[in-house]
Design a binder for this molecule. Structure first.
Ligand SMILES: NC(=O)c1ccc[n+]([C@@H]2O[C@H](COP(=O)([O-])OP(=O)(O)OC[C@H]3O[C@@H](n4cnc5c(N)ncnc54)[C@H](OP(=O)(O)O)[C@@H]3O)[C@@H](O)[C@H]2O)c1
Length: 282
């Protein structure tokens, strides 16, 4: 495993829904041979579509995919992870690298369900991964080798940026920032559109302006040498229009609103882990 080249790795997906499809598509776009990729899914139409559009092998039986994989991405809903992993454990012949993208399922549960027959990496992706613009964070247990960490990173990088967290508990914070983050921006865009309409714009015009502004601001923030506060100050002239808007946001405690919302999000992430994870035997 340690000498395995990513380009030669056999990559399998369990569950071929939106995320698996995006990662598989991203891998192929980045030059990975479609013949090295397989996916399993109960839905015959979805399997046919994968074969026709991506040219990857699609199976009904999860074990048929898991059996000969070097990297196995488990991309089913969190609620079915326990049964899927337990059924898979006996099919894991080659002690593969398993990447779980299911929200709220911790490594202890994954290792228990997989009967400790795989090296487990947890990934928290977000939905812009569907268009190759995801922000994902990864966590690896101590048993995962440096070479396997690299393989995990190369896999997930197919749908956007990747960072690592040192402690598994930090994935709750990642969920609060980037996992759930796209929804915050959609909410802000909805609110900006509604306000634009109230101020006299056509709804579509207001939405187009708001979306392009968010896109441009994000791109500027990513490419600029200035930090976020400097960028904000750069467009906030004294006694100007932006200053008036920012003062209103601060008066209504926008930072406190975000702090509370994201603390709630992280707390819910911890709760889900307890609800959906393997029950501790301690
Ligand atoms: N942080 C985020 O924003 C974020 C974003 C996306 C995804 N995720 C995580 O990514 C995972 C996948 O999400 P998704 O949006 O791709 O979900 P999805 O589109 O529903 O895909 C899941 C697929 O798994 C299939 N499936 C169900 N039971 C199965 C089984 N026993 N064996 C094999 N396949 C099975 C489903 O088929 P049926 O539809 O026929 O049941 C479906 O095709 C989830 O765990 C989710 O938590 C997180």
């Amino acid at each position: 495993m340690s000498t395995l080249k990513f380009e030669q790795a056999k990559i399998g997906f369990i569950g071929a829904g939106n995320m698996a499809r995006s990662i598989a598509g991203g891998l192929i776009n980045s030059g990975i041979n479609a013949q090295n990729i397989a996916a399993s899914d109960p839905d015959a139409k979805r399997r046919e579509d994968l074969q026709n559009t991506l040219g990857i092998r699609a199976e009904q039986d999860n074990a048929a995919v898991a059996g000969d994989c070097d990297i196995l991405v488990i991309a089913v809903k969190p609620q079915v992870m326990a049964s899927v992993c337990q059924a898979l454990s006996s099919a894991l012949n080659r002690s593969p690298l398993v990447i779980s993208i299911a929200a709220g399922i911790d490594c202890r549960s994954l290792n228990t369900w997989l009967d400790h027959r795989a090296a487990v990496v947890r990934c928290m992706p977000n939905t812009p991964a569907l268009i190759g613009e995801g922000a994902s964070a990864l966590f690896a247990t101590a048993e995962v080798s440096a070479a396997q960490c690299k393989l995990a990173e190369q896999t997930i990088r197919a749908v956007g940026s990747v960072c690592w967290v040192e402690h598994e508990s930090q994935l709750d914070a990642v969920t609060a920032v980037s996992g759930s983050g796209p929804a915050y921006f959609f909410l802000v865009l909805e609110a900006m559109t509604e306000a634009g309409v109230k101020l006299g714009l056509e709804k579509q015009t207001a939405a187009d302006l708001a979306i392009q502004t968010a896109f441009g601001a994000a791109k500027l923030a990513r490419e600029s040498d200035l930090d976020l506060a400097q960028l904000r100050r750069a467009v906030t002239s004294p006694k100007g229009t932006t200053e008036s808007a920012i003062a209103s946001f601060e008066k209504h405690q926008i930072r406190h609103i975000f702090m509370e919302a994201m603390q709630d999000c992280a707390a819910r992430s911890r709760e889900l882990c307890l609800e959906l994870g393997a029950k501790s035997t301690l």
